[in-house]
Design a binder for this molecule. Structure first.
Ligand code: P61
Length: 475
């Protein structure tokens, strides 16, 4: 079968509003050309994020009713703790309200001023917490990750030569841990391989460096391992997830993605001392250590969500293949995007879509705004705006990847929604030469992409050689 049909049927529906182009032009202007600032009501198909946007199952809604809302010692805490231990294999569990809260606590506890924290590409909130704790992030992902057209099957992998270079330059004692992300978000949702995880763990053990997993999309990553890595075809997703985690010392997790819930997160680890310290921090920033910012019912829904996502392989196969479907339709229209297709999203290559808009004029930001005006679909910039400024030089970081992310919420949209989105983008592609760049009119200092405001710049004509260069890029 070419595309995997939904392993569920629909029990509740939520109406969504279709709007006119004129309406959307006004809405995006009011939002300062930033899709984060649009009202959800004004969006037809919301592909901003897969974070907290999943449709919960009937069993999860039932679990919500079973929330034990005790301040201390909620039975849902113990159930969630046991589920995390069983599925991911870590000894200790500390709940938080979402992923960045876990990152905050981990960074505060493990990083000292002047430390270096390597990672397989930056993530916005992860790097910010490392910097706020006095650390410097170092990118150690394989070079292929920065090339939108490299077909490497595991573009999320860490390059051990880059790790060795960092150890030689700064000394292992200044590297408390590596932040190891599964299905690397900023690279296009690209997986790591089990072999890479195993080798990384061996390397790090030699130097006393911890491997801390960003466990946000490990279940999606396990599907790619099952499909692509020799020896894993007959292993279940659950077995692969467990094995992958066994090559790490602990994790942070935004449970709003793979966990199939609208809110939640956690830290987990094997080291008892780190656990005791994390529990001490959680009561300062989040809440008591048996709820960490979640209601009892949230913990109940999350425990059920984690169990469901690994109970059989059907759900995750459908999930990742639905993303792949959107990529294939865009491919059939010749729309430039990151390959291989990632797990949670398709990432348009804004450099190739708008070769006439220089990176200082934020082509991906502009493209996301134009996609909204053309189609009512909301996407997210993942380029120069998201990367922010270097804290030392104050210059824009200008990443190699200048992308627009079309993110698929879990179990929410149908194939026809995705067809509609792709068709609209293909229509826009035909008159892309009319699209200009943007300039900042309001630029927050940290995580600027969330609240920044822009104004449009006039479109510069597209030169023949830019078209040619773009063709070259696509090959
Ligand atoms: C997302 F534009 N992701 O992808 P929290 N690690 C990883 C994540 O993907 C992640 C977090 C940690 C979001 C939400 C979001 O620049 C942005 O539960 C791999 O969101 O706190 C979140 O987890 C943080 C969107 C976050 C952004 C930061 O859409």
């Amino acid at each position: 079968m070419k595309y995997i049909p939904e392993p569920f049927k629909i029990k509740t529906v939520e109406p969504i509003k279709m709007t006119t182009r004129e309406y959307r032009q006004k809405a995006i202007k009011e939002a300062g050309y930033n899709t984060f600032l649009l009202r959800s009501e004004d969006v037809y198909i919301d592909l901003l994020t897969d974070s907290g946007t999943s449709a919960m199952s009937d069993a999860q809604w039932a679990a919500l009713q079973m929330g034990d809302e005790a301040y201390a010692g909620s039975r849902n805490f113990y159930d969630l703790e046991r589920t995390v231990q069983e599925v991911f294999g870590f000894k200790y569990f500390v709940p938080t309200h979402q992923g960045r809260a876990a990152e905050h606590i981990m960074s505060k506890l493990l990083i000292k001023t002047g430390d270096y924290v390597p990672g397989n590409m930056y993530f916005t909130t992860t790097r910010l917490h490392q910097e706020l704790a006095g650390g410097t992030f170092i990118d150690v992902i394989v070079d292929e990750a920065h090339d939108p057209y490299s077909r490497h099957p595991f573009k999320g992998n860490v390059d051990l030569k880059k790790m060795q270079k960092l150890v030689d330059e700064v000394g292992a004692e200044r590297i408390p841990y590596i932040s190891y992300e599964t299905c690397v978000n900023m690279a296009g949702g690209q997986p790591v391989s089990i072999q890479n995880a195993r080798e990384l763990k061996e390397f790090c053990d030699k130097y006393g460096i911890k491997v801390m997993l960003d466990n946000t999309r490990t279940i999606e990553n396990a599907y790619f391992i099952q499909q692509r890595e020799p020896g894993y075809k007959n292993k279940s997703i659950r077995e692969i997830v467990y094995e992958l985690c066994s090559y790490t010392d602990g994790c942070t997790c935004s449970a709003k993605k793979d966990g199939l819930v609208n809110i939640g997160g956690f830290l987990a680890m094997n080291d008892e001392e780190f656990f005791v310290q994390a529990r001490a921090q959680v009561v300062i920033y989040e809440g008591l250590h048996t709820y960490g910012g979640m209601a009892g019912r949230d913990m109940a829904a999350l425990a059920q969500g984690i169990r469901e996502s690994v109970a059989t392989d059907d759900y995750i196969r459908y999930r990742v293949e639905q993303t792949n479907y959107l990529g294939d339709v865009l491919e059939s229209y010749g729309i430039p995007h990151v390959v291989p297709h990632g797990g949670h999203a398709i990432f348009l290559n804004a450099r190739a879509f708008l070769p006439h808009v220089p990176q200082e004029e934020f082509p991906a930001q502009s493209l996301a705004a134009e996609i909204y005006v053309e189609t009512g679909v909301r996407a997210m910039e993942r380029g120069n705006v998201s990367a922010g400024r270097d804290p030392v030089t104050g210059k824009n970081r200008c990443p190699k990847l200048e992308l627009v992310r079309l993110t698929i919420p879990r179990r929410v949209y149908t194939q026809s929604h995705l067809d509609y989105a792709a068709e609209g983008i293909a229509k826009l592609y035909k008159h892309r030469d009319k699209i200009g760049g943007l300039k900042f009119v309001f630029e927050p200092q940290m995580l600027r992409f969330f609240q920044a405001r822009f104004e449009p710049l006039p479109a510069r004509p597209m030169k023949a050689e830019e078209m040619v260069e773009e063709e070259h890029l696509r090959r």
